[in-house]
Design a protein around this ligand. Structure first.
Ligand SMILES: [Fe+2]
Length: 268
């Protein structure tokens, strides 16, 4: 296996590796290390069945079932979330900067997203490095943020944001998580900024109005170009990201074309 960094801030392609079969222990350890070193790892030209996709992810931890569904679940595979944008859909799933499901009490480890069908151009995903976001704050700002806890919440949507069609919530658990704003990553021991504008509504003990300007400032700071990388997809691309140390943003620039991905998310 070879590791080819994408750019300076984060991200790497892992070459000469087939993830469809269980990985030997040394390869698995190397992939795990690359995930935590580079935060976003990309595999090209993979061919995975639903079971192989889940089997790959399960080597890193138990699989998570999304608390609400945005599309018809795949029969027998509740852990696989279909992320689909049809030709005529205007919106895209998760269209603002975010980390996945941070409204859970326990942050998830990461997600493995597999591209089934991609547009002829566009539909890239941006990722931002939340270690860099933390490390580049002033000492004064770090000290001010140190005692703060952020409230992460999600309203379960009543309609699919992409199609406007009614959405059937599968379960409504864990809609509110409380997490320290400065979070120490349990695997790397490094501190990071743990915030996103999609799910964070306010700081504990403060009103949303009081919190919003600081949340907006910090998230704008965190997603500046120098802290990001951009993943270009093709059918067979698999991207595995560390969901605690990154945020991501899907680019909605391919109206008139269809894109289909399968996502499996791993619990800690
Ligand atoms: Fe997402």
């Amino acid at each position: 296996m070879q590791i080819k960094p994408l750019i300076g801030a984060l991200g790497a392609e892992l070459l000469d590796i087939d993830i469809s079969a269980p990985l030997p222990p040394d390869t698995l350890a190397a992939v795990r290390r690359a995930l935590f070193d580079y935060q976003v790892i990309v595999f090209r030209d993979q061919k995975l069945t639903l079971d192989q996709h889940k089997q790959f992810a399960r080597q890193f931890g138990p699989l998570h079932v999304h608390p609400y569904i945005l599309a018809k679940p795949l029969d027998g595979h509740p852990e696989v979330l279909r992320v689909v944008k049809e030709k005529d859909d205007r919106r895209v799933f998760g269209e603002k900067w975010h980390s996945d499901v941070t409204f859970l009490e326990r942050p998830v480890l990461g997600s493995v997203l597999y591209a089934i069908e991609t547009p002829s151009k566009g539909g890239d995903t941006l990722f931002a490095n939340m270690y860099m976001a933390y490390e580049t704050l002033s000492d004064g700002m770090k000290a001010m943020l140190e005692p703060l806890t952020a409230i992460h919440e999600t309203p379960v949507p009543e309609v699919d944001p992409a199609t406007g069609r009614p959405l059937e919530p599968m379960r409504l658990v864990n809609k509110r998580g409380e997490h320290p704003v400065l979070f120490t990553h349990p695997e790397t021991g490094r501190k990071l900024l743990y915030l996103n504008t999609t799910y964070v509504t306010h700081f504990k003990g403060m009103t949303p109005e009081e919190s919003r300007p600081l949340i907006d400032y910090l998230c704008e700071h965190a997603t500046q170009a120098a802290f990001t990388c951009r993943v270009r997809w093709a059918p067979g691309t698999v991207t595995f990201w560390d969901n605690r140390s990154t945020q991501h943003l899907p680019i909605n620039d391919y109206h008139g074309e269809r894109r289909e991905m399968h996502r499996v998310t791993i619990e800690t």
